[in-house]
Design a binder for this molecule. Structure first.
Ligand SMILES: *Cc1c(COP(=O)(O)O)cnc(C)c1O
Length: 409
């Protein structure tokens, strides 16, 4: 973001937060007032040049934006076919796109005079991004995390503690992300007077999906301008992985009025027919999850299904409502990558370009490589490299020592 002019909000949902039949505000009566207060504060902030000035300043000098756009010539040559270009969100402070959103919501919390923030986290990445801005803004921070996840993601729990946050283990349900989300919402019902709830993706009740999209749109705005400057044209295809959909909406929203194919890559886990995946759009159906109507994974009794992915960040049984809408409108195409394909892409980028990607981003890369191979050399595939792979060293190492992987060099 090079200046602090007020970016217009295009493709907004209706006043009730609906993107077509999706989205909305399905929340307890007690949350309607804090949600209305948040909506008012968000729109007021968005119209205030001072808010954008502060946000741009932090994105530049704290987060490290603009992030580079990199033509991966070695990988492109190896794959054959179209050019593969990477939007380097892995180079942001804390190593993933999530901080774009927590900076925005943290600033809003300050504006609204809330001294405390809460968040839910699965892999711990959103918890770390929230704890980071809470430390910087001087806010008290409590992070809800499934007990199961606190064990699997111990280094991130320690990181949050170092940053001054209090991690609250959740024992209900399956003791994972969806249970942490429920507990965070319950906390907010009781504490909204002094507490701001920082949601980590383009989900939750209105205005969260819109707000989080707007805070991440800087990814696609930068990438669009960089493509024109560096390649002289827009990409033919733009690809991002989807957990809840925030890095995807961030990259794809600013390209949706262009002649660019938009692709969301879901985690196929052990395979789309295995029952062990996180492909809510490809294999789910419409229902209500975490305050909005969207595509989700549930069993025949309507219980939310357990999900599986090699990347903890894609392990969410739903998807942001706007992605469900764009998919049904035919504006968003789906792709999937399973655990082995993601791991293969992880190694290929690392060896060919010296860039170790997050396992989440490796799903987008796997689909991009597959598509590029079928395309012409003058065509361009733009991939959102949503994060770096440092956090995944241990899971990759453990998996390969166990002799699980196939197709790795
Ligand atoms: C959390 C995370 C994701 C998935 O979240 P979205 O909201 O779908 O973007 C993807 N990549 C990385 C690196 C993450 O940390």
């Amino acid at each position: 973001m090079s200046d602090s002019s007020i970016p217009p909000i295009t493709h907004a949902p209706d006043a009730g937060g609906h993107f077509g039949r999706f989205g909305g505000k399905f929340a307890a009566e007690t949350l309607m007032q804090p949600l209305a207060e948040l909506e008012e504060a968000f729109f007021a902030a968005w119209q205030d040049p001072e808010f954008h000035r502060q946000r741009c300043d932090l994105l530049k000098n704290y987060v490290g934006r603009p992030t580079p756009l990199y033509h991966a010539t070695n990988l492109s040559r190896e794959v054959g076919g179209a050019q593969i270009w990477l939007k380097r969100e892995d180079l942001t402070h804390t190593g993933a796109h999530k901080i774009n959103n927590t900076i925005g919501q943290g600033l809003l919390a300050k504006r609204m005079g809330k001294p405390r923030v809460i968040a839910e986290t699965g892999a711990g990445q959103h918890g770390v991004a929230t704890a980071t801005v809470a430390a910087m803004f001087g806010l008290k921070c409590d992070v809800y995390m499934g007990r199961e996840d606190t064990v699997r993601q111990a280094p991130n729990v320690y990181r949050m503690k170092l940053l001054g946050a209090n991690v609250i283990p959740v024992d209900s349900g399956t003791a994972t992300l969806k249970d942490a989300l429920n507990d965070a919402l319950r906390d907010w019902v009781a504490s909204c007077e002094d507490t701001f709830y920082i949601i980590g993706t383009v989900a939750g009740p209105h205005p969260y999906p819109l707000m989080v999209r707007q805070f991440h749109a800087v990814i696609g705005e930068e990438a669009r301008a960089q493509m024109l400057a560096q390649a002289g044209r827009l990409p033919d295809v733009a690809i991002a992985c989807v957990g809840g959909g925030s890095n995807a909406m961030g990259l794809l929203h600013p390209l949706r009025d262009d002649d660019v194919r938009l692709i969301a890559v879901e985690a196929a886990g052990l395979g789309l027919n295995s029952g062990a995946h996180a492909a809510s759009l490809a294999a789910g159906r419409a229902g209500i999850l975490h305050g909005n109507l969207t595509y989700l994974l549930e069993d025949l009794e309507g219980q939310i299904q357990g999900t599986h992915s090699i990347s903890a960040g894609l392990d969410y049984p739903g998807v942001g409502p706007e992605l469900a809408y764009m998919y049904e409108q035919g504006r968003l195409e789906l792709a999937a990558a399973d655990d082995d394909e993601a791991l293969d892409a992880f190694h290929r980028l690392t060896l060919s370009e010296g860039i170790i990607p997050a396992l989440e981003s490796s799903h987008a890369l796997a689909a991009a490589m597959r598509m590029a191979a079928e395309m012409a050399p003058e065509e361009i595939v733009l991939v959102n490299l949503s994060g770096r792979g440092d956090k995944d060293m241990e899971s990759v190492m453990r998996r390969e020592q166990a002799g699980f992987s196939e197709g790795t060099p």
